[in-house]
Design a protein around this ligand. Structure first.
Ligand code: SAM
Ligand code: SF4
Length: 329
C-alpha cells in the first residue's frame, strides 16, 4: 500500500489531531456548557495502545504530523510516555500539543524530551479576574508561567491561542498584539466557532477582518511565511516585534480547499471535517482485532469522501453537536 493519503478533492492529508481525553481541568464558557458536558465513560476512551496502533496506521499512509489535544491532554495520566512512543513511530516527523497551560510549566522539559517540538497554549485574556470568569478557575498565573517555561524550554514554536468573543475579550486585542511584540511567541486570533450547541451564539462571533483592522491600527503588518505543514493561519509580524500574529478565520473565510487534517476524538471516532459528522469508528475496528492493513483501507475509503463546511451548511446544521472538548479544536 502506498504511503500517500489524499481525498477525493486531491487534498494531501498529512496531519492528524488526536484528542487523548475529553476531561479538562478548566470549564471555558465558550467550550463547555455551564450545565456541564456529559463526559464519556472511562471505558469509552481509547487506550494508549489502541491509539498507537491507529497512529501507526496513519503514519504508514503518509501522516507526518501529530497534534495531541483534548480536553486537556496534560490531565491524562501517562501522556508523556505516550508521546515518547508516538515519536518512535516511523514516518512521524513532528509532534505538537495544544494545552490550556495550567500544568505545562511542570512538564515542559519532559514533553520536549519526549519529542514535542511545538506548543500551543490557550489564553483568552490577560486580566486575571477575567481568566477566572471565562474558565471557572483562578489560573492566570499558572498559564502565564507555562508560557514562560515553554519559551525557556526551547520548543521550536510557542503559540498563544486567543478565541475572540464579542463583549467578552475583544477589548484586549491590542494587549495581545503587544505580547507578540515583547515575546517570541505567535499570538493567534481565532474566530468563535459553532461547536458546543448549548454555548454557540452567532452574535458573539467577531469576524477576523474586524480583528485585523484593529491590529493594523497599531502598526504595519509584515507578511511572514506559512508553516511547514500549511495550516489555516494568515501569519504576520509587526515591524520590530519578537513574535508573530496569526489570524484564523474558520467561520467567515473557511479554508477548506487547503485543509490537510483529520481528527480522532477521544472515543476513537475519525472526523474528516471539524464541522462534519463522525466518519469512522476506529475504536471498534481496533477492538474487533482488525489488522493495520484493514484499518488503513477503512481510513482511505472515508478520507476519499472528506467533506467540508459546505456540507454542514447544506445540511442546515448550525453546530457540530458535540463539545469542542471532545473533539480537540
Ligand atoms: N484544553 C486544551 C486547550 O484549551 O488548549 C486543548 C483542547 S481545546 C478544545 C483546543 C482549542 O479549541 C483551544 O485553543 C480552545 O480555545 C479552542 N476552542 C474551544 N472551543 C472553541 C470554539 N467554540 N471556537 C473556537 N475555538 C474553540
Ligand atoms: Fe478545557 Fe480547552 Fe475546552 Fe477550555 S477550551 S474547557 S481548556 S478543553
Amino acid at each position: 500500500m502506498n504511503n500517500h493519503l489524499s481525498d477525493g478533492q486531491g487534498r494531501e492529508i498529512n496531519y492528524l489531531r488526536v484528542s487523548v481525553t475529553d476531561r479538562c481541568n478548566l470549564r471555558c464558557a465558550y467550550c463547555m456548557p455551564p450545565s456541564g458536558v456529559e463526559l464519556y465513560p472511562k471505558c469509552d476512551i481509547l487506550q494508549y495502545r489502541e491509539l498507537l496502533t491507529i497512529i501507526e496506521s496513519f503514519a504508514e499512509l503518509g501522516v507526518k504530523k501529530i497534534r495531541v489535544t483534548g480536553g486537556e491532554p496534560l490531565v491524562r495520566k501517562g501522556v508523556v510516555g505516550f508521546i515518547q512512543q508516538v515519536s518512535e513511530i516511523v514516518g512521524i516527523q513532528e509532534i505538537a500539543i495544544t494545552t490550556n497551560g495550567i500544568q505545562l510549566h511542570k512538564m515542559a522539559g519532559e514533553l520536549k524530551n519526549a519529542g514535542v517540538s511545538k506548543v500551543n497554549i490557550s489564553l483568552d485574556t490577560l486580566i486575571p479576574e477575567r481568566f477566572k470568569t471565562i474558565t471557572g478557575f483562578d489560573g492566570f498565573n499558572q498559564t502565564m508561567h507555562s508560557i514562560h517555561s515553554a519559551i525557556s524550554s526551547g520548543f521550536e514554536s510557542v503559540k498563544i491561542n486567543m478565541v475572540v468573543i464579542d463583549g467578552v475579550n475583544d477589548d484586549e486585542i491590542e494587549d495581545f498584539v503587544r505580547l507578540s511584540v515583547d515575546m517570541p511567541v505567535q499570538v493567534r486570533f481565532i474566530e468563535f466557532m459553532p461547536a458546543t450547541p448549548q454555548v454557540w451564539d452567532e452574535s458573539k462571533l467577531v469576524p477576523m477582518d474586524k480583528v485585523k483592522e484593529k491590529v493594523e491600527r497599531i502598526g504595519k503588518l509584515v507578511v511572514c511565511g506559512r508553516s511547514r505543514w500549511g495550516g489555516p493561519a494568515e501569519i504576520y509580524r509587526l515591524e520590530g516585534a519578537k513574535g508573530e500574529i496569526g489570524f484564523i478565520s474558520a467561520v467567515t473565510r473557511h479554508f477548506c480547499s487547503d485543509c490537510n487534517r483529520l481528527r480522532v476524538n477521544s472515543k476513537g471516532k475519525l472526523l474528516t471535517c471539524l464541522f462534519g459528522s463522525d466518519d469512522l469508528d476506529l475504536k471498534e475496528l481496533v477492538q474487533s482485532g482488525a489488522d493495520k492493513e484493514k484499518i488503513k483501507k477503512a481510513i482511505q475509503t472515508v478520507v476519499l469522501g472528506k467533506n467540508d463546511i459546505r456540507t454542514m451548511i447544506a445540511n442546515g446544521d448550525s453546530t457540530r453537536g458535540e463539545a469542542m472538548s471532545c473533539v480537540g479544536g
